[in-house]
Design a protein around this ligand. Structure first.
Ligand code: NAD
Ligand code: DAU
Length: 348
């Protein structure tokens, strides 16, 4: 079986690639990634020579290139993770999100459809999506697979749009598909623009911790390796044309999470208790900031037996240790481009 995993050099993608390459020696895993600012082959250095693994650098918005790639490999399965993934960047440059997340997904869908035409037996197009498509919750309630789509940011609107196209290809062309909508991931190899790695990096460097608004926004956090296990299960055992929500059963208000992170960092860095908390700085809110996300993951739990394997305290502990032990990785991704982004985002 030949499987295309897109976005495999990114945060979640690199964990999925690793799991598939190590678990399935009989599959040929092709990692297609454009290596944008978010893609980093260092994440996969130790498995790059495996015989069942091929890396291809390329852009999913390049239709000719994608059609040639499908012609060459005739992928039985696609696990599609490549995307522009950061909400703040989508507010500054929405069109980039439409190009990759919507047009790029369409180009992959067409290539998959044209490769298998009317014979889709044992084929699957699996789209990795987000809980942000559901918009925001109030103080109570959970997102289920039946919750209506109501995206609020250009990022979530682009992901919602691509989800709809995947579904439409299933209904219109009989293309087998799966979609999963997952909550906030954290763990090693996450680019330090997202809350947890950004704040770890800032604490290391004694820089301010920019908390948006009053900090009372809530997210449901999941350890990235648990997400990768869920993706493996859905790919192999999920029902055709189904959506599964994936979440950590682990809601945290941003400010409480940041305080926990500060405590753990003080201990690990042997700093005076309370010194990291003093870096907390309340800054201008994110426009259209969703108040609360929380996932009801009972469907994937009951149908496929999945549940998170680590507690948040354990996962956070491992994550901090990884960043402290991999400061070189952190330095290498904080390039000139990162500095420009950081200045634009936080110094205005
Ligand atoms: P990421 O930004 O870390 O990685 C994205 C990867 O896609 C990078 O390697 C990048 O080089 C690649 N890429 C971007 N544009 C491309 C293009 N045009 N062609 C080919 N490759 C391209 O993202 P992530 O956090 O790992 O998220 C992966 C997927 O999971 C995304 O689809 C995202 O919407 C979804 N998701 C993320 C989270 C989360 O908390 N991070 C939660 C739920 C769902
Ligand atoms: O819910 C899943 C989504 O989680 C994924 O689809 C996205 O790809 C991923 O980026 C993530 O989106 P968020 O916007 O929730 O993640 P982020 O880490 O950017 O922010 C988490 C929360 O922290 C959010 O309420 C905004 C807040 N925040 C974030 C940053 C970067 C701050 O208060 N300050 C910051 O500097």
């Amino acid at each position: 079986m030949t499987i295309l995993i897109t976005g495999g050099a990114g945060f979640i993608g690199s964990h999925v690639i690793r799991l598939f390459v190590e678990t399935y020696p009989n599959y040929h895993i092709v990692n297609l990634d454009a290596l944008t600012y978010a893609g980093n082959l260092e994440n996969l250095k130790d498995i790059e020579d495996r015989p069942n693994y091929t890396f291809v650098k390329g852009d999913i918005t390049n239709e000719v290139f994608i059609n040639d790639l499908f012609e060459k490999y005739k992928f039985d399965g696609v696990i599609h993770l490549a995307a522009e993934s950061h909400v703040d960047r989508s507010i500054k440059d929405p069109l980039a999100f439409v190009k990759t997340n919507v047009i790029g997904t369409m180009i992959l869908l067409n290539a998959f459809k044209n490769t298998w035409k009317d014979n889709f037996s044992n084929k699957l197009f699996y789209h990795i999506s987000t809980d942000e498509v559901y918009g925001t919750l109030g103080r109570t309630g959970l997102f289920t697979e039946m919750t209506s789509y109501d995206p609020n940011s250009p990022y979530s609107a682009s992901k919602a749009s691509s989800d709809h196209f995947v579904r439409a290809y299933g209904e219109t062309y009989g293309m087998p598909y799966a979609i999963t909508n997952c909550s906030n991931n954290y763990g090693q190899n996450q680019f330090p623009e997202k809350l947890i790695p950004l704040f770890i990096n800032n604490i290391i460097n004694h820089k301010p911790l920019p908390v948006y608004g009053d900090g009372n926004y809530t997210r449901d956090w999941l350890y990235v390796k648990d997400h990768a296990v869920a993706i493996d299960l859905v790919f192999h055992k999920g029902k055709n044309k189904e959506t599964y929500n994936i979440g950590g059963f682990n809601e945290w208000k941003n400010i409480d999470l940041v305080k926990l992170l500060c405590q753990q960092m003080d201990e690990k860095l042997n700093r005076e208790k309370g010194s990291s908390e003093r870096l907390i700085t309340y800054v201008k809110d994110r426009p259209g900031h969703d108040l609360r996300y929380a996932i009801d993951a009972s469907k994937i739990n009951q149908e496929l037996g999945w549940k998170p394997s680590v507690t948040f305290e354990e996962g956070l502990n491992k994550t901090i240790d990884w960043y402290l032990n991999n400061e070189e990785w952190l330095h290498s991704v904080i390039s000139g481009d990162y500095k420009t982004y950081y200045e634009k985002q936080y110094n205005n």
